[in-house]
Ligand binder design. Structure first.
Ligand code: SF4
Length: 839
């Protein structure tokens, strides 16, 4: 049989790598090559080699900053070198296709102001001076009229703090608690592993997966969503014969390519299978007693064991019990449990989406319990099954950092809501003002503690994201965008759903191709980037082309606003008086200064870094991985207790904090709780199968809306970014609702028919992909399809029924944050029917 390596060798021999290189170089004489980073949401920061001809980007090519002329390193390099990370980054289609977006015909190239109603998307060009003056006038007026808690700035995620760049010096702005993407893991980690646990320390180098005897990808599709190096190492593991099992309601590309076994499971029921696995282990004495005795707090374990075995007066949670809930046959659960127990080290990776459902804290905690019970926590080849459970590498390689010398501010923005609740806070404000609800009720709904001041949001800045698509309940966000006093949006595209609601639309640099300190998703203002997976390199993102039109950088825009407010010397002292013409050069000079300071440090000097000018030829610095990292390795090596952040000094299955109930609000002595106004909400103190939560098979609504929709990330978008990329559209990327043959037949739906997908908060028309790749009773619509209202209106969709396929239209958020700790759900109960009308 031809293996992958064999095929590659045969292909190389046939094509003749050197010959093709020679002929292509003639064609490309005179081109300029620059290097920059993808920098998008999978955190890898892959290196992109950018080809520029006559000032225009014409291609992105593979990384050749190491091993040049070797296109398939696995074929030529030793395992040892590959394991040291001395290899090229492997961008995916999203990285290679990204440059197309710069030249999109709908690119916002100039500041614009709204001329029609919000939502209609009609704008006219204005000057930067007019745009900035009007923003400053609104800022001052809003603060004067409504006080400091009236302005919100929302970039990608507030991450538990205020993101309004000028807040400390302007004296206005509010913070939000929680991180909407990750909190369903972060909080449970603190309950189980300790309040000091840091996500960075829970990561491992990707090559650790090669030390495993069994890899389990639970709800995880890394080949689509975390390609790059993680996918490479999973493929290596497969080639080395390490078994891989995928547990998923959908037969994903990862299951198809990697899995020795696919275990289909009904979404939101994973915890039932996890509990049943433990049931088998307890009964068959298959758990790791030595590890458990040493590291697991015994009283909590006793309580959970009693719950699992039903000796607490409840049901015995056998594999037969779980089968009725999760749909996985009891024999499969038993066999999987036994294989798991005897395969140490087990690399259990559980997706972030597990936390993005009501009571999502149950499976996220149970996954950690399973790894603890089998002694797989904090060992080479194992995982704590925490956070994403992903091999996100050491947090950062030491890299240069620009010293921006921002001055200390005098205003500390207070935390007055859950980060993602601003649309709700605006939408229901009239109920508070009219007396329909009390301040206490209002604050409870938005996730604000009773003793805090009540925010009154009148001005919204949406920076660097497509919030209309990204937040659950799109109709609620539309209502809020129409009601709020003023909206400033910075966007790449005028037709972006969020941009259509802007009063002022700013053209901002988003990708690293156009240089300057661009506003990447996470506020990375430096042009030095490290990949979070196997972060053994850093890159300086070179400017490839001049920005199109009058597009400006994030930092330039905020510096101009700061100047008008008289606080530029405080906000950005190093560039406060830099003119527009000098800006790029000044920014580069700051990076050069940072690089030289880094290169001259005692720690780095022995590594002989190149001088800045030489470094610019291929601006990547790689470190050799000598000792692959796994979570808490350094502590374990030094005999330091990694669980010192829990009250008992051991892993805790039972949370005393949550046991205090929803009325107990977190104090500084508690693990940072969240839930109901940063208390524990209605969460059980230990992981259990909770029935009846919204948007699960067990809720009341499931009678009316029997299909459970999930909105996974796709291979061809990063959230909603790239949905308009021409290279990532067409048949192989078709955006459709995935529906099982059984559910389609029952509704008379055939492949590619138009269907209406709806529930009580939204409806859309979308083509069907009828497939046996999904578990019956479930449907899938990939996250990030742009909301696109059609001419056809309905009571639910007064602006028009969506024909773009934006799943957040159908996902509720009104129960949050009572039953989920500060992150969005990605599921909704819906019904589908064949649509005979036009789209
Ligand atoms: S793997 Fe991630 S960082 Fe790399 S190109 Fe793809 S999306 Fe970008």
């Amino acid at each position: 049989m031809l293996t992958r390596k064999g095929y590659i060798r045969a292909f190389d021999a046939k094509e003749g790598t050197n010959n093709s290189k020679k002929s292509s170089s003639r064609l490309r004489a005179g081109d300029i090559i620059k290097y920059t980073s993808c920098g998008y949401h999978c955190f890898r920061n892959c290196i992109l080699k950018v080809r520029i001809r006559d000032g225009v980007i014409v291609a992105c090519e593979p990384d050749d900053t190491i091993n040049p002329g070797i296109p398939r390193e696995d074929n030529y390099l030793s395992e040892e070198i590959i394991n040291k990370g001395l290899i090229q980054t492997r961008p995916c289609a999203k990285g290679y296709a990204q440059w197309q977006m710069i030249y999109d015909p709908n690119r916002v190239k100039y500041p614009m102001k709204r001329v029609g109603k919000r939502g209609v998307g009609k704008f006219e060009r204005i000057s930067w001076d007019e745009a900035l003056d009007s923003i400053v006038d609104k800022l001052v007026e809003t603060k004067e009229n409504y006080g400091p808690f009236s302005i919100i700035h929302h970039p990608y995620s507030i991450f538990g703090q205020c993101s309004f760049p000028l807040a400390p010096w302007f004296g206005a702005g509010i913070a939000g608690w929680a991180a909407h993407s990750t909190n369903g893991w972060e909080e449970p980690e603190r309950w189980v592993l300790g309040k000091d646990v840091a996500r960075a320390t829970l990561r491992q180098d990707e090559v650790q997966v090669l030390n495993s005897r069994l890899i389990v990808l639970w709800g995880l599709n890394p080949l689509s969503t975390l390609s790059g190096g993680w996918a490479h190492n999973l493929l290596r593991a497969k080639e080395q014969g390490i078994p891989i099992i995928c547990i998923e309601p959908r037969y994903t590309p990862s299951a198809e390519v990697l899995a020795d076994q696919w275990i289909p499971i009904r979404p939101t029921t994973d915890v039932a299978m996890m509990i049943a696995i433990a049931n088998v282990w307890f009964k068959e004495h298959l758990y790791d007693r030595e590890f458990v005795d040493k590291w697991v707090e015994p009283e909590g374990l006793k309580r959970w064991k009693a719950y699992v075995l039903g000796t607490d007066g409840g049901v015995d949670k056998t594999p037969q019990w779980a089968e009725g809930i999760c749909g996985v046959p009891a024999e499969t659960i038993e066999e999987f449990a036994r294989l798991y127990a005897r395969s140490k080290p087990v690399n259990l990776n559980v997706s972030l989406s597990m936390g993005r459902q009501f009571y999502g804290e149950n499976p996220t905690r149970a996954a950690m319990y399973l790894q603890a019970l089998t002694g797989n926590t904090f060992i080479p080849g194992g995982t704590p099954a925490a956070e994403t459970g992903l091999p996100l590498g050491r947090s950062t390689a030491p890299s240069p950092r620009v010293d921006w010398q921002r001055m200390p501010g005098t205003y500390d923005p207070p935390t007055l809501m859950a980060a993602f609740k601003w649309p709700k806070a605006i939408d229901i404000r009239e109920k508070l003002d009219s007396g329909e609800i009390s301040a206490e009720e209002y604050n409870n709904i938005i996730g604000n503690r009773a003793e805090n001041p009540t925010p009154n949001i009148q001005m919204v800045f949406l920076d660097g994201n497509n919030h209309l698509n990204g937040l659950p309940d799109i109709n609620a966000t539309i209502r809020a965008m129409k009601k709020v006093g003023s909206v400033v949006v910075s966007s790449q595209y005028a037709d972006l759903p969020t941009a259509r609601y802007a009063d002022i639309l700013l053209p901002q640099i988003y990708t690293a191709f156009e240089g300057r300190n661009c506003q990447a998703i996470y506020f990375q203002q430096d042009l030095f980037r490290t990949g979070m997976n196997l972060a053994n390199y850093f890159l300086y993102c070179q400017k490839c082309i001049d920005p199109v039109g009058e597009v400006k950088s994030f930092d330039w825009i905020w510096t101009q606003i700061a100047r008008r407010l008289g606080i530029a010397e405080l906000y950005n002292p190093r560039l406060a008086n830099t003119t527009d013409d000098e800006w790029d050069e000044a920014v580069e000079e700051l990076h050069k200064e940072a690089y030289e300071s880094w290169a001259g440090s005692d720690y780095i000097k022995p590594l002989n870094p190149l001088n800045w000018e030489e470094f610019q030829k291929k601006p990547v610095f790689r470190y050799e991985i000598k000792d692959p990292y796994y979570p808490y390795k350094r502590d374990m090596d030094r005999g330091i207790n990694p669980f010192r952040g829990t009250a008992s000094g051991k892993m805790e299955f039972y949370s005393e904090f949550l046991a205090k109930g929803p009325e107990h609000l977190a104090t500084s002595d508690d693990p940072p709780g969240s839930g109901k106004c940063y208390g524990g909400g209605g969460l059980p103190p230990m992981a259990q199968m909770t029935f009846g939560g919204r948007d699960t098979f067990h809720s009341q609504e499931s009678k009316k809306y029997p299909l459970l929709m999930s909105s996974p990330h796709s291979l061809y978008r990063v959230h909603s970014f790239l949905d308009n990329n021409p290279l990532l559209r067409g048949d192989c990327y078709r955006h459709a609702v995935w529906i099982s043959l059984a559910d389609a037949n029952a509704r008379g739906i055939k492949d590619n028919d138009l269907v209406r997908v709806y529930n009580d908060i939204g409806e859309m028309i979308i083509p069907a992909y009828v497939t046996s790749r999904v578990v019956p009773g479930t449907i899938f619509i990939f996250h990030g399809g742009w909301y696109n209202p059609s001419e056809t209106k309905s009571q639910l969709m007064p602006d028009g029924i969506d024909v773009g396929g934006a799943p957040n239209l159908l996902i509720h958020n009104e129960d949050l944050p009572t039953t989920i700790v500060g992150m969005f759900p990605c599921k909704g109960l819906v019904q589908c029917e064949k649509w005979d009308g036009a789209r």
